[in-house]
Design a protein around this ligand. Structure first.
Ligand code: MN
Length: 511
């Protein structure tokens, strides 16, 4: 088995694209997550580009342990010096220097000659090497570079001390065949390759970044540069999660190659990058999209319930995916409906089930999706008496204003006896939740809170899902209301009632 090194450039190539910018503390959170994922290299930034970039690379080099910490530098002296100054705090520092090698870039952008580019490349590699750094060299725009000249540059930088040579498809121009051919040509024609690691850095302008990276691995590359969610310049870079899961899933690769990535953290890393950037992930995004493991069609759902492998090539748990696997819609069948009801703790007899299923299909015809709160409502209409209401909302007042701290007062009936409380919060939902926790003395912790509009417009009904946990139990509460605060309160009370029911059932069995 050959190890493919994962070089993550979310904080450099990803950070420099429109919408990608992150604060220092956000970069640190991402870097911590990358270390948890067990990436081999973190490219933390471009230290000479700004004081902020320098400081974040230096801080990541000091604080993040495990991966190699790398900085980007042009071939000019000041870049190499600043880069070393920033990465040297890491126990495993790398300087990544680059210069363009295509004739177009050499003449039009750099206004240099092929000869002077080789001189600059060699000087920069030697300068970084003299500091004691591990040195990676990139031939910018390699995929539009003349084959013979490319091999000459590679030979020269290896002689100067580069141990990693990157062949970037800077403009996303390659396809798997031409890119693979280029890598194969290097292995056949550069005489001093030795232990040099070749690296792929692909862009997705033609949607080929992951495919090109896989081709590079097949032809000998042992490092791939990628980003979480594929963010990066223009159409983005090779998506880390897609590349890693391709290697792991397809036997053609998994039989020969492995990465060190802890895949169960992929989904969490994806969500974190969505949170700290302005770059959302589309629903049908491979591996980490909301629909990546969702099945609505009845035939697919029946297959999934019988054996998940019928329509799933990966286990959602393997990438830490969280979402609704069986989505109820107009294409769904009875079996998926039964599974979703069971998840919500709802039991119906055969006749009630049949009527409830028809009601669900009727609702699905009107709307695109049927949410968990709709299922609870449908089940209530068809004989489900629900779980005992240990906690019930009696009254609430919530104030959200520009000139006072948000505050809430609440009255809740607990087994028929009223308790009340008034508190402050950072916002109306926080205030009313604080009040509920204080009034009821609830010891469970809030694990997650999710709010979504179920239609367009500000008058759209809101659905709130909260998860609370106590002593290893975690339960989900759901509520819908036209008022988001009321929906939030009722979702929490719903979860509290479910938790109470579970605890009582446990007490019964232990008697
Ligand atoms: Mn790039």
């Amino acid at each position: 088995m050959s190890k493919v090194q994962i070089f993550d450039t979310t904080l450099r190539d990803g950070e420099q694209c429109p919408g990608g910018s992150m604060t220092l503390s956000e970069k640190l959170r991402v870097a911590e997550r990358l270390a948890l994922l067990n990436v081999d290299v973190i490219e933390a930034g471009f230290p000479a580009s700004s004081v902020g970039d320098f400081e974040s690379v230096a801080k990541i080099a000091r604080q993040i342990h495990g991966p190699i910490i790398c900085g980007l530098a042009r071939t000019i002296d000041v870049d190499i010096d600043r880069c070393w100054e920033a990465v040297r705090h890491s126990s495993r520092p790398r300087v990544h220097t680059f210069i363009a090698t295509s004739d177009l870039h050499i003449t039009e952008k750099l206004r240099m000659t092929r000869e002077s580019v080789v001189v600059a490349a060699v000087r920069a590699v030697a300068r970084a090497k003299a500091y004691g750094a591990e040195v990676e060299f990139s031939l910018e725009d390699a995929t539009r570079t003349d084959y013979d000249y490319m091999c000459l540059v590679i030979e020269a930088v290896i002689n100067a001390g580069a141990t990693i040579v990157n062949i970037p498809d800077t403009v996303g121009y390659a396809d798997p065949w031409s890119y693979g051919d280029r890598i194969a040509h290097i292995f056949a024609n550069v005489p001093n390759i030795g232990e040099t690691v070749f690296s792929a850095h692909c862009h997705n302008d033609l949607g080929q970044a992951v495919a090109n990276s896989l081709a590079a691995i097949h032809f000998g590359a042992r490092q791939v540069e990628c980003t979480i969610n594929g963010i990066g310049e223009r159409a983005g870079n090779t998506a880390l999660e897609e590349l890693v899961m391709s290697i792991k899933t397809q036997p053609f690769f998994s039989g020969r190659f492995s990465t060190g990535i802890e895949t169960k953290h992929l989904y969490g890393a994806s969500r974190l990058v969505v949170q700290v950037t302005d770059l959302p992930v589309q629903s049908h995004k491979a591996v980490v999209g909301r629909n990546a493991f969702a099945h609505e069609a009845g035939i697919h759902q029946a297959g999934m319930i019988a054996n998940r492998q019928t329509y799933e090539i990966m286990n959602p748990e393997d990438v830490g995916w969280q979402g609704e696997g069986l989505v109820l819609g107009k294409h769904s069948g009875r079996r998926a409906f039964a599974v979703r009801l069971a998840e919500l703790g709802i039991k119906l007899d055969d006749q009630e089930f049949k009527a409830a299923f028809d009601a669900m299909k009727a609702l699905a015809d009107e709307r695109k999706s049927v949410y968990a709160s709709d299922l609870v409502a449908i089940a209530r209409d068809h004989g489900f008496t629900g779980i005992p209401e240990t906690f019930r909302l009696e009254a609430m007042t919530v104030v959200s204003s520009t000139h006072t701290t948000p505050m809430a007062t609440i009255k809740i009936a607990v087994n028929g006896k009223t308790v009340d409380c008034g508190t402050l919060g950072v916002g109306p939902v926080d205030a009313v939740y604080n009040a509920i926790f204080q009034a009821t003395g609830l010891s469970a912790k809030l694990v997650s809170f999710g709010l979504r509009a179920t239609a367009e417009g500000t008058d759209s009904p809101a659905e709130v899902q909260v998860k609370i946990g106590e002593n290893g139990h975690s339960v989900v509460g759901i509520a819908g209301d036209d008022d988001v605060v009321k929906a939030s309160v009722n979702a929490l009370l719903d979860a509290m009632n479910r938790l109470e029911a579970i605890k009582e059932a446990e007490a019964e069995t232990s008697k």
